[in-house]
Design a protein around this ligand. Structure first.
Ligand code: ZN
Length: 155
């Protein structure tokens, strides 16, 4: 496994639409492992492949219940609304409130190519929507309702 270099806002790759994965092979599995490691290194709850410069529809998420690896994720159901503060590893200097569905159902392929469906609410729903947005070149700052300023602790 390896930690990959993060791409930051301003990098044009973050605005591109990622391609579907058509073959799940060791290369994709290594990518998923590296993405999990990179997410943990930066203490994120999610990471999408374009954030490490790879335009493939691959996402990893961990909201505290262990890593979830999603290939070609697609929202198939959503309902409710939830406004909460959001941030992004690619935009470390900003955070703000974003409206997301309260609950989503996402269809995806796992690392063995099996079709799975995951249902998430709250933070998991938020993370799923945020990461899938990345695959379409959309960043959370496009959707900010209100910026949140963090004060640095002075010690
Ligand atoms: Zn992000």
């Amino acid at each position: 496994m390896a930690i990959r270099q993060l791409r930051y806002e301003g990098d044009p790759i973050l605005r591109k639409v990622s391609r579907e994965v058509t073959e799940i092979n060791d290369r994709i599995r290594t990518l998923l492992e590296d993405m999990v490691e990179t997410m943990y290194e930066h203490e994120g709850v999610g990471l999408a492949a374009p954030q490490i410069g790879i335009l493939r529809r691959v996402v990893v998420i961990d909201v505290g219940d262990g890593p979830i690896k999603l290939i070609n994720p697609e929202i198939i159901e959503k309902d409710g609304e939830n406004v909460d503060v959001e941030g992004c590893l690619s935009i470390p200097s900003r955070s703000g409130t974003v409206k997301r569905p309260e609950r989503v159902k996402v269809k995806y392929l796992d690392e063995n190519g099996e079709v799975k469906v995951i249902e998430g609410s709250g933070l998991l729903a938020r993370a799923l929507c945020h990461e899938i947005d990345h695959l379409n070149g959309i960043l959370f700052i496009d959707k900010i309702i209100e910026e949140v300023e963090y004060e640095l602790d002075e010690q």
